[in-house]
Design a protein around this ligand. Structure first.
Ligand code: MRU
Length: 330
């Protein structure tokens, strides 16, 4: 995707270093960060400077390649990398592929290129669901920042825009980290897609007023029966969509499907720091980044990062191999 006229991938490897767009700095500043060792790359995944299941997967593949180049203990490195984030299946898909490969760097590069190709295809299949004039809701950020390029849920939206379809997007803010308000809105703005940010609580209101025609979200892990883990809040959007008869689609590459996982009950859910709920970071009038407490000072918070949407709420899953009903995945 283009940022101020220059084409970027979200993450890439050059020599022994992994370079990535620092997503914690967005939307206020655009920075590319260099991780020189696999340990530094692990920190970037943990801190969510690189985030989004496909991007996490590709970065983990590069971290494995770095570990080989560093001459590190590979078993230990694999454990370290896999301990960074537990839910996104793409991470384990990538570490296992690179671990088994005779050419770790080439294999990691190959995973990155495959992700780009898959996301492009997701856009080409998914655009068939979008009519001109459609108002589309999306949750969290499943755009090109969450992948290497193009995105998953946003890829069909970008193709629709390129084909001249008159579309607009309702962007859930996605508390606590605000990936919708910060990242999806930034992406859509830079690609000239009409959009509005809505509070996480507003979706049912818009659905009940027939102001949403289609919902497309991404996925962090999909079980064999189609149950899908995605950013917290996805489940309630899916339940409301069924109530109001709005098509609810998941967009994800095949590398997000965990064939060993029979149902959503087996998907591990990441619990993140309560600070993500208690504090917010924003830009002051003077242009400084500031972190402020936004909750009652003596209260604690619970912060599950994902929920699981049962297959019965999912209209279809858009992949690089076509659009499937959840039950067809088996
Ligand atoms: O915690 P994050 O930001 O890494 O969460 C992942 C996501 O961005 C979403 O859940 C997304 O819809 C799936 S990744 C394309």
């Amino acid at each position: 995707m283009l940022v101020n006229g220059t084409h970027y991938r979200t993450v890439w490897m050059q020599g022994q270093s992994v370079f990535f767009i620092d997503q914690n700095a967005l939307p206020f500043s655009f920075r590319v960060h260099e991780a020189k060792t696999y340990q530094e790359t692990c920190e970037a995944i943990k801190d969510m400077r690189v985030r989004g299941a496909p991007a996490i997967g590709v970065t983990a593949g590069f971290a494995m390649a770095q570990a080989f180049l560093q001459g590190a203990d590979i078993e230990l490195a694999k454990q370290d990398i896999e301990a960074t984030r537990p839910t996104a299946y793409n991470l384990f898909y990538a570490t296992n592929r690179v671990y088994k490969s005779m050419s770790p760097v080439l294999e990691a590069q190959c995973i990155a290129d495959e992700d780009v190709a898959a996301c492009k295809k997701i856009g080409e299949y998914g655009v068939s669901l979008i009519g001109s004039g459609f108002r589309i809701e999306t949750h969290c950020n499943a755009g090109w920042l969450a992948c290497v390029d193009y995105g998953t849920a946003l890829s069909p939206i970008y193709v629709a825009k390129q084909r001249g379809k008159n579309i607009s997007v309702l962007v859930d803010e996605t508390r606590p980290r605000g990936q919708g308000a910060r990242l999806t809105a930034w992406e859509l703005y830079h690609n000239g897609v009409e959009h509005k940010i809505i509070t996480d609580n507003a979706a049912a209101y818009f659905m009940s007023r027939k102001e949403i025609d289609l919902i497309i979200v991404g996925a962090d892990r999909i079980a064999r029966n189609g149950d899908t883990a995605n950013k917290i809040g996805t489940l309630e959007k899916a339940i409301c969509a069924k109530e109001f008869g709005i098509p609810f689609y998941i967009a994800a590459p095949m590398s997000t499907i965990d064939k060993k996982c029979a149902t959503g009950r087996e998907i591990p859910i990441e619990e993140r720091s309560e600070d993500e709920v208690l504090y917010q970071t924003g830009k002051t009038a003077e242009g400084m980044l500031e972190r402020i407490l936004v909750c009652s000072p003596d209260s604690h918070a619970s912060n599950p990062a994902f929920d699981v949407t049962p297959a019965k709420y999912i209209t279809g899953i858009i992949t690089e191999n076509g659009i499937f009903k959840p039950g067809e995945l088996r």
